[in-house]
Design a protein around this ligand. Structure first.
Ligand code: TXA
Ligand code: MG
Length: 339
């Protein structure tokens, strides 16, 4: 792989112009968005998509999300924009919602992971929008982490994973949402959630009452099941530390730790939890919104601290909490203990 001296620049007219030029010329740039940092490349160039897969070490059948800045930008990229999708765009764009639609020939198969559909999202983050506008092309951007690692919510996370692999990262400070966009597909009159995010199932029911949460969101897919979204089948968001979710109330969590945890095990808990245990604790927010913001940086922190095993309090399983639970489940390799 080509080796770069990776620059990290504050957003300015000059750095955004540079990011746009690099992207137009087929290079990759780490870009802030409201969800997580993206590893951007020209979505219309197969060679840029190939570079993205290489830099991330990502399996090339896992498709990329294409980022645009105006609703009309979607038209050349898809062959159908059904009414339900139009309603979602009007209500939730710009914002953390990705819609899967049939792709046009403009999207090379490398970008769509060989599928005949493409995921499109219009981010709300000002810097993301300025960079895409400056590039003048739709931008393919997966999360800017090495494949399998927790997604980056700070420029320094992108630097840790992409140092030497890309020429530029724009530092837009901490991501406001902290978990990736909600990914949905459309079936006749219903919406199927393939990946939960900040736009919740409850939010989507404002567009149609028929919102289905795909089985893959909270269950491990069986070997013989074809994933509706290729990302579902891969190991994800995993720190080196072993994470185990303890599903139950605080009292039962405390009892479990007192009876089962080794001295070196960490307790990954909510901000307001008061625990009577000998173990070290790490806090990841007081409610679902905060947990979304802090989850990935907490998982990275576990590794910085050299933690071997962490027992995590179980997030809420509704609203934004479902997105936190979905990511934590994968970080835990689906290890859940009910107490
Ligand atoms: O918030 C986000 O969406 C971030 C930021 C950078 O915008 N991007 C992101 O991309 O999370 P990535 O590549 O890490 O995750 C994309 C997910 C994958 O799980 C993939 O399988 C799914 O979206 N996906 C993309 N295109 C798809 C398609 N055509 N059909 C089904 N699933 C698709
Ligand atoms: Mg990702």
């Amino acid at each position: 792989m080509e080796s770069y001296e990776t620059k990290v620049l504050e957003p300015s007219d000059e750095s955004i112009k540079l990011a746009g030029e690099l992207l137009r010329n087929g290079e990759l740039v780490g870009i802030p968005t409201e969800t997580v940092y993206g590893l951007g490349g020209n979505a219309l160039e197969s060679s840029s998509a190939e570079k993205i897969f290489k830099a991330k070490g990502r399996p090339s059948d896992n498709p990329l999300i294409v980022h645009i800045t105006e609703i009309d930008d979607i038209k050349p990229l898809v062959t159908d924009f059904p009414l339900l999708a139009q309603k979602c765009a009007e209500k939730f764009w710009p914002g953390p919602l990705t819609m899967i639609l049939p792709k046009s020939e403009k999207i090379p198969p490398q970008t769509s992971g060989g599928l005949d559909t493409v995921g499109i999202r219009m981010p709300s983050d000002k810097i993301a929008r300025a960079i895409i506008k400056s590039a003048g092309v739709p931008i393919a951007a997966p999360s800017a982490n090495l494949s399998g690692s927790p997604s980056p919510t700070e420029a320094v996370h992108v630097y840790e994973d992409m140092k030497g692999r890309i020429p530029l990262i724009i530092d837009g400070k901490n991501s406001a949402v902290g978990v990736e966009s909600t990914v949905i597909s459309f079936e006749k009159n219903s919406i199927r959630i393939l990946r939960p995010g900040f736009i919740s199932a409850e939010d989507l029911t404002e567009v149609t009452p028929n919102v289905i949460i795909d089985d893959g969101v909270i269950h491990m897919l069986g070997k013989d099941v074809v994933a509706k979204s290729p990302g579902m089948k891969y190991r994800h968001y995993s720190p080196k530390a072993e994470v185990i979710i303890i599903d139950g109330n605080l009292e039962n969590y405390e009892k479990f730790i007192q009876e089962n945890a080794d001295e070196t095990d960490y307790c990954m808990i909510f901000d307001n939890d008061k625990l009577n245990v000998r173990n070290s604790t790490i806090k990841y927010g007081k409610n679902s919104e905060e947990q979304a913001v802090k989850l990935f940086s907490t998982l990275r922190k576990l590794d910085e601290l050299g933690v071997k095993r962490a027992y995590a309090r179980c997030p809420e399983k509704n609203g934004v909490g479902l997105a936190v639970y979905n990511r934590l489940l994968r970080a835990a390799g689906f290890q859940v203990i009910k107490v």
